[in-house]
Design a protein around this ligand. Structure first.
Ligand SMILES: Cc1cc2nc3c(=O)[nH]c(=O)nc-3n(C[C@H](O)[C@H](O)[C@H](O)COP(=O)(O)OP(=O)(O)OC[C@H]3O[C@@H](n4cnc5c(N)ncnc54)[C@H](O)[C@@H]3O)c2cc1C
Length: 551
């Protein structure tokens, strides 16, 4: 497939945010959607538990807003959260129209939509599909819909390398450099570029995220001069499988929603010591509780912590069919000889979701004209310091569609190609390391981040991380191999996380500092903002009206 030199709109990423935006953009022009691997590979496709949406009226919407604000620990942008919860039902209704088969009551599946409850939600409002394969079902229906639209060109195995910035016009983003499946570089020019490139879980050695989640969009935007925000807030999912030799497979929050207990190595349920909502406490609380129970004695080796569903399979003589409710999780565990009905399942937290990202307003506008962001790559402030479970699929739908609207509204003709491109573009020249050497470098970075900038942080560890990152810069993989590009992006994202985490001298939401264990509203009721090497904190409400400097 030929890469076009010009298109009206470029969308980076084919997860929920990218595809939803592309479907809307296609009504106004040609859209090039690029994705690093096959369409099926994205965080969206791995989402298990479901999508949170208030489908039963205004009271439900108000409660969804309240739960979102509470989970975010004082840092949620209220305006963004209001948009999320109030526009959510309409966007999910569109998905239903486009054939997304959420689970329904009744044997034939023809009844009312089934809902479940997850941590920190005050009532059941999570729609799911095929039990625990919600993301795949949504992704497939969006892909079917997008493929049928003539204006959308989907290019798989195409990696974005850098943004093209026209410095003669107030640093307007006018396109990007792409690398096709054969490793050939192309420049593509457009009226507007949307970063829907997802999160960055791969910056940590232990993560639920697939290999594509390397924070490319955030790193590219930052290098181009855009503001990024709230990078210190990385959510660690409390219950990823922790079995030697097995991947850190996610054991969805929905399991605790169905009534699973957490037990320590002594077999005790321990959550009552940490939060009144017990196993359904906010994720950061549960993740830290598991870490503490796992290391009950200082200096001791980690002890296992377990998820226990054995009581549910036979509760009150009534058999709960877990294999039917969560077929994907049950099937995965069976490969390792484990059964939810019979066994204690060893779990431990893993990096899961980045609340921070490219700073945008609710319309996806970044601080650079021509550049937009939506989904996990973006930071509207909607999650504050901690995302409410199952709010991120909804975020992709709602803010993907809104970003498309503003891209069309703001559009200027696909510009002239500037004669002189002044780019903050790191050299892609240089001796190419072997694939093994690049993997080794990446593995060292990820392990270092897990150890020094993970779930529990302090100044000493973060300073070690800062120094290590500076040293690693000297041996940074060069060249245009995809893994070398990803290595540079991971390094960039790691630097942003470490600097923001050093700056926030308090504990709030997912950011926990052992040396500053309490929340400090006097100094830090604010979003961290980084741009061109400088970190500042801005009062929490200020992002609501963010506008590009010039358009
Ligand atoms: C295991 C797991 C379970 C989850 N469960 C839930 C859940 O139950 N409910 C919920 O709400 N959320 C859940 N989440 C979070 C949610 O899935 C994500 O936050 C959301 O899907 C992000 O969507 P997105 O469109 O922003 O990005 P993604 O779906 O991650 O898509 C990013 C896209 O960008 C592409 N890309 C990245 N970099 C480049 C590049 N340089 N060039 C070209 N393409 C690029 C990728 O290939 C991909 O197509 C889960 C996440 C994981 C990992």
């Amino acid at each position: 497939m030929d890469v076009p030199e010009r298109t009206d709109y470029i969308v980076v990423g084919a997860g929920i945010a990218g595809l939803r935006a592309a479907i809307a953009l296609a009504e106004s022009g040609s859209v090039l959607v690029v994705t690093k691997e096959q369409l099926a590979e994205s965080n969206t496709a791995y989402a298990q538990g479901g999508i949170a949406v208030a489908m039963s009226g205004e009271e439900d919407v108000a409660l969804h807003l309240l739960d979102t604000l509470n989970a975010g620990d004082g840092l949620v942008d209220r305006a963004a959260a209001k948009v999320l919860v109030s526009q959510g039902p309409g966007r999910v209704a569109e998905l239903l129209e486009w054939g997304t088969a959420f689970d329904r009551e009744g044997e034939s599946g023809g009844g009312n939509l089934l809902v479940t409850r997850e941590g920190a939600h005050s009532l059941p409002r999570i729609l799911h599909a095929n039990g625990d394969a919600t993301g795949r079902e949504i992704a497939q229906s969006l892909q079917r819909h997008a493929k049928a639209i003539r204006n959308i060109l989907l290019m798989e195995w195409t990696t974005t390398v850098e943004l093209i910035v026209d410095c003669s016009a107030g640093r307007r983003v006018i396109g990007m450099t792409l690398m096709d499946a054969d490793g050939k570089l192309h420049r593509v020019y457009a009226k507007a570029v949307l970063l829907a490139s997802g999160g960055a879980g791969q910056v940590y050695s232990d993560t639920t995220n697939p290999q594509v989640a390397t924070g490319d969009g955030i790193a590219m935007a930052y290098r181009a001069g855009a503001e990024v925000s709230d990078m210190e807030f990385f959510q660690f999912h409390p219950t990823a499988l922790s079995l030697p030799g097995a991947p850190r497979f996610l054991l969805s929050e929905a399991l605790r929603g169905e009534g699973a207990y957490l037990r320590n190595a002594r077999g005790e349920r321990f959550m009552e010591r940490y939060h009144p909502l017990l196993e359904l406490a906010p994720r950061d609380v549960v993740a830290r509780a598991i870490t503490r129970e796992g290391f009950a004695e200082p200096g001791a080796d980690a002890k296992p912590v377990y998820l226990d569903m054995r009581h549910l399979s036979m509760s009150g003589g009534e058999h709960k069919d877990l294999k039917k409710r969560v077929p994907g999780i049950s099937g995965f565990l069976a490969r390792y000889g484990l059964e939810l009905e019979r066994d204690l399942i060893p779990v431990y937290p893993a990096a899961h979701y980045l609340m921070g990202g490219v700073r945008t307003d609710v319309h996806g506008r970044t601080s650079l004209p021509g550049l937009y962001a939506a989904g996990e790559a973006a930071c509207t402030g909607v999650h504050g310091a901690n995302r409410l479970a199952s709010n991120s699929l909804l975020e992709g739908l709602v803010f993907g569609a809104l970003a498309a609207e503003s891209m069309v509204q703001d559009a200027v003709p696909p510009g002239r190609v500037p004669e002189v491109l002044t780019l903050d573009q790191p050299s892609v020249e240089g001796a190419q390391q072997s694939a093994d050497a690049i993997e080794c470098w990446i593995a060292a970075l990820r392990a270092m981040m897990w150890k020094n900038a993970g779930l529990l942080r302090d100044e000493a560890g973060l300073l070690v991380a800062r120094t290590s990152l500076a040293e690693m810069a000297a041996t940074m993989p060069q060249g245009t191999a995809r893994r070398a590009i990803e290595a540079r992006n991971l390094h960039q994202v790691a630097c942003l996380i470490v600097e923001a985490a050093l700056g926030r001298k308090e504990s709030r939401g997912a950011h926990y500092r052992n040396d500053y264990p309490t929340r400090d509203d006097v100094h830090f009721a604010a979003h961290s903002v980084m741009q061109s090497g400088r970190l500042r904190f801005e009062p929490a409400t200020s992002s609501a009206g963010l506008q590009p400097a010039s358009r």
